[in-house]
Design a protein around this ligand. Sequence first.
Ligand code: B1M
Length: 216
Amino acid sequence: MPDYALMNQRVFEGDRESVAEMTRAALEAGRPPLEVLEDGLIAAMRVVGEDFKYNRIFVPEVLLAARAMKAGMAVLQPLLTSSEGDSSAGTIVLGTVKGDLHDIGKNLVGMMAEGAGFQIVDLGTNTSAEEFIAAVREHRADILGMSALLTTTMVYMKTVVDEMRAAGLEHVRICVGGAPISQAYADEIGAHGYAADAGSAVQLFKRLVAPSAPPA
Ligand code: B1M
């Protein structure tokens, strides 16, 4: 069994090489990629978040931990994105909203959706309504997925929902997620769906593109 506590510690310390190595070793030992992701990497970021909240660590340490987490994710990526076979599940335009630079969760959602057969158009972070709308049109997206990690940026999701409607794109399903987002907030702003984590986001995307899904 991998020493996930030690792996968490290495993420916390921002030790990229050790995290990548321990991720590889856990996979070679036959551990499931989702277990390594959750217990080895995501669990560490929760501690980082708590320590940051209570001023026990500061932005530079959080940044180093995030880079270490990404080093582990890079090892997992080929396994998470390898498609189940159906490569035409639908097209998703994905991005973190304007003003927000957090991308770890959004990247995980993208990887797992790609693994489930969706085409992902990832617009990165700090994405404006205009950029979302242009990409949705260009790629004829079925779903627009937005991520926000800050209470100050989550409100921009409503701007995007409103501008999508004003642009005549109400047939495109809008999904939202990120630590401060809830189902109640998704309902309030008129999004079609909310997911708490990457696994449930994929289930949500599948439901929304299913032929039996109710019209928007
Ligand atoms: Co920031 N940060 N950060 N940060 N950061 C938080 C979010 C915070 C909660 C920390 C805290 O105080 N405890 C806090 C926000 C407080 C608030 O708004 N109420 C905070 C703050 C304050 C800030 C700054 C303002 C700090 C400063 O500068 N003073 C600043 C803002 C910069 C900006 O964006 N403009 C800032 C900066 C940063 C770093 C750059 C240092 C770094 C980000 C690096 C990066 O992403 N490349 C960072 C990090 C790493 C965090 C924490 C510690 C970890 C976030 C993370 O990656 N979690 C975070 C604390 C926390 O969230 N507990 C924190 C792991 C990831 C797997 O989870 O992103 O939640 P998450 O994604 C999940 C789900 O939410 C969901 O699925 C994912 C996978 O399961 N999900 C979706 C996400 N998007 C989805 C979309 C979907 C569906 C599901 O559909 C489309």
